[in-house]
Write a protein that binds this ligand. Structure first.
Ligand SMILES: *Cc1c(COP(=O)(O)O)cnc(C)c1O
Length: 367
């Protein structure tokens, strides 16, 4: 079965093999060496001043950013379940927040964000997804970050890049925290989260907040090549292997191939009459809005051995999402669009001509 959900993504064979080796103790020179070189590789990927790893899913890193980087009031951007999650974290910790809401297909409006910041001097941190995975949407994070910093540079810009890191180049000039997780573009099992931090963020963290997700205590340990609590040794070993895969391929090549797959998929699916859901699609995934979404997903799974994701909440049964994150074979991605065309013809909507596959390959392998 081809796993084409936008997280978890498949784990490559050499990464699985690396993680299958005998467990080692985390307080050893052997593991410290692995930890340090993984940190170095993460610096190359994130291009931030500092980096932290947590044994948690991505949500843990989101929580750590809220508790450590927002001391007064948060501004959250909710265009889907993950944006909403930042607001829920604020609520859980009794942190005041102002939330800007958008339809799941609509990117945040930079002017509205600017207004919100100008009208409320207590806002000291902004939380936004780069790609909101609920609808496969790309927010204008670069513009938001630049405009907000121009008003009050001390406002922390926290970017949830869980479905953007490893997908596209991210300009971190105006970003103070860049979050990612293991099970998306980093093609690892779930359970490890990563945050890149600016030096401004380090300053603000001070002594840190909370206990397990206290960024100050983690930072102290991780700079020494260890973690405050037991490290997720197996996942970190896997991460090092995967980052080596990525740098062997080359970051620019990875971004280019991901862009080609995303573009080729979108054009191929539009050519067979399907509608791309978000007004501004991210390259992490293709989200299609369709009344037959569930039927198409079922046919794909049962007949063509392809597993794609559906929609959540009000889009349940109306959306399907195809992953583009990671190092993925073109022939697998081509098979996915071909299988969708086959499914559409089976539902009596179109006549199968192989058009989706043809367009995908022409675009992917073209100029
Ligand atoms: C997957 C995802 C998360 C984190 O989810 P976890 O299940 O906690 O790993 C957060 N934000 C976005 C945009 C995501 O796609």
């Amino acid at each position: 079965m081809l796993l084409f959900t936008p997280g978890p993504t498949p784990v490559l064979e050499n990464v699985r093999a690396a993680m299958a080796k005998e467990t080692i103790h985390h307080r050893t020179p052997e593991f410290t060496e692995i930890f340090k070189s993984t940190r170095e590789l993460l610096f190359n990927l994130l291009k931030t001043d500092e980096v932290l790893m947590f044994a948690s899913t991505g949500t843990g890193a989101m929580e750590a950013c809220v508790t450590n980087l927002c001391h007064k009031k948060a501004l959250t951007i909710n265009a889907g379940k993950f944006g909403e999650r930042f607001s829920k974290i604020c609520s859980a910790f009794n942190i005041p927040f102002k939330e800007l809401t958008y339809e799941w297909d609509t990117p945040a409006d930079v002017g509205e964000v600017v207004e919100a910041v100008k009208n409320d001097s207590s806002i000291d941190a902004l939380f936004v997804q780069i790609c909101e995975s609920s609808g496969g949407l790309r927010h204008p994070i670069e513009d938001i970050a630049r405009e907000v910093k121009a008003i009050r540079p001390e406002i922390m810009i926290v970017a949830d890049g869980i479905t953007a890191v490893g997908v596209e180049p991210i300009d971190v000039t105006n970003i103070d925290a860049l979050i990612t997780g293991s099970q998306k573009a980093l093609m690892l099992p779930p359970g490890l989260s990563i945050v890149g931090l600016s030096s401004r963020a380090i300053e603000k963290i001070g002594k840190g907040k909370g206990f397990y997700f206290n960024m100050a205590s983690e930072l102290k340990k991780q700079r020494e090549g260890t973690t405050a609590y037991t490290a997720a040794t197996t996942l970190i070993i896997g991460l090092k292997e995967m980052l080596n895969n990525i740098f062997e391929l080359g970051l620019d090549t990875l971004y280019d191939l991901t862009d080609r797959r995303a573009t080729a998929t979108r054009v191929a699916l539009e050519a067979i009459g399907l509608k791309i859901y978000p007004k501004k699609p991210a390259n992490a995934m293709t989200a299609v809005i369709d009344e037959d979404a569930e039927k198409i997903r079922k046919i794909l799974k049962s007949k063509y051995e392809v597993n794609i994701a559906g929609g959540q909440e009000h889009l349940k049964g109306k959306l399907f999402r195809i992953n583009h994150m990671g190092i993925i074979k073109a022939y697998e991605a081509a098979w996915v669009v071909n299988a969708i065309e086959l499914a559409m013809s089976e539902l009596g909507r179109i006549e199968y001509t192989g058009k989706a596959n043809k367009i995908f390959n022409e675009l992917y392998f073209g100029e």
